[in-house]
Design a protein around this ligand. Structure first.
Ligand code: DAT
Ligand code: MG
Length: 135
């Protein structure tokens, strides 16, 4: 059994899309093993996004993630890391495939950082590291 970290980012929480996102995960057959509403601080976000430090969108990304509460979910199931990334869709919501969370529910809002509703771990190593940060 595999587990991944899903975050409903501040844009998803503000737009009342928590239920829609969880529903898509559950409809696919994955199981919510743990869930919490968190107001993240800079410390937790700099650990979570360590790989992006120094990139031009890093500061805007942290500012955006600090702008409101997020929902952290431990999502479980066989191949859930790959499966949730597929449910989420491509990083850019403008071109993310219809049928995906980002493709159906996201768009470009003209901000410095891409606001794309969800985060999903991208490998077993990231999932383990990120789950230990948020849970
Ligand atoms: P993903 O969330 O699809 O794994 P990522 O890890 O490369 O994408 O980037 C983390 C977040 O940073 C992403 O969800 C949105 C934002 N982002 C990524 N690349 C960006 C860019 N070129 N310009 C603005 N924001 C970007
Ligand atoms: Mg990523």
């Amino acid at each position: 059994m595999q587990a991944t970290l899903v975050l409903c980012k501040p844009d998803a929480v503000k737009r009342n899309l928590i239920g829609e996102i969880v529903a898509r995960c559950e409809a696919k057959g994955y199981v919510v093993g743990d869930i919490r509403l968190v107001q993240p601080d800079r410390d937790i976000l700099s650990r979570h996004y360590a790989e992006h430090e120094g990139k031009p969108f890093y500061e805007p990304l942290l500012e955006f993630m600090l702008s409101g509460p997020v929902v952290a979910i431990k999502l479980e199931g066989e191949r859930v890391i790959e499966g949730f990334r597929s449910l989420a869709g491509a990083t850019d919501p403008t071109t993310a495939a219809p049928g995906t969370i980002r493709g159906d529910l996201g768009r470009d809002w003209g901000t410095k950082v891409i606001q794309n509703l969800v985060h999903g771990s991208d490998s077993e190593e990231s999932a383990e590291r990120e789950l230990s940060i948020w849970f």
